[in-house]
Design a protein around this ligand. Sequence first.
Ligand code: 15L
Length: 259
Amino acid sequence: MRVLLTGAAGGVATLLRPRLRRDGRVLRLLDVTAPQALAEEEVLTGSVTDPEAMAVACHDVDAVIHLGGHSRENSWAETVEVNITGTQTVLEAAQKAGVPRVILASSNHAVGFREVTEELPAESTPRPDTFYGVSKAAIEALGSLYHSRFGMDVVCIRIGSCFERPPGVRGLATWLSPDDAGRLFEACLTFPSPGYRVVWGVSDNTRRVYSLAEAEALGYRSLDDAEKFAAEITGPAPTGAAAKYVGGPFTTTPLGIPN
Ligand code: 15L
């Protein structure tokens, strides 16, 4: 099995790569700057916005994990080009190459203006908090289109906060631990014929507000809880809009300004 990772030099891919290694599986890494290959990894340099580079990258691939793109707020033009056009380019290349499954890295910011309530369903309709959030809602729509038109399996993961440790007090609710990320992406890679799905990417945190049911239906079982870091995490708890809404501080960040 060969799995293509776009954005392979980025933070989430760096956490995932060692956790997705399996006997008989080759990880093909693609990014604009090449990461150093580990055993059973292939490295390609190129942009997700380049159809030719994506055609080469998708050749002889069984699944794509699309992590490439801007991971924070940026100008509208950059966001459209890299995140939306880039995802369309990835899906088009995958479809043309006959890749049966694509996993798309969506984000909590696609629904950042939904109020924090218990067990927010994964398929809640978009309420983006930034241009970045709009791009994540758009990639979910693109995934739906490519599934419906071409029968590709497409799983969109609305990632909370995927870092080594929960980033701040909000992260105690939104954290996706690296090990749980490995378990979740593995479930998305291997669950038989998922069709089109949207799931939350979150650990089973005591303060969690995102539903786990949709990811658990794919076989994911979280074994981590951010609460074990609670005593070490100092800093102010979110207030105002940052506390009220799922997107936290993204709900007040200036639009279109890189941060
Ligand atoms: C995201 O979508 C970002 O890519 C990441 O950097 C974090 O800010 C995360 O959301 C979050 O909400 O914590």
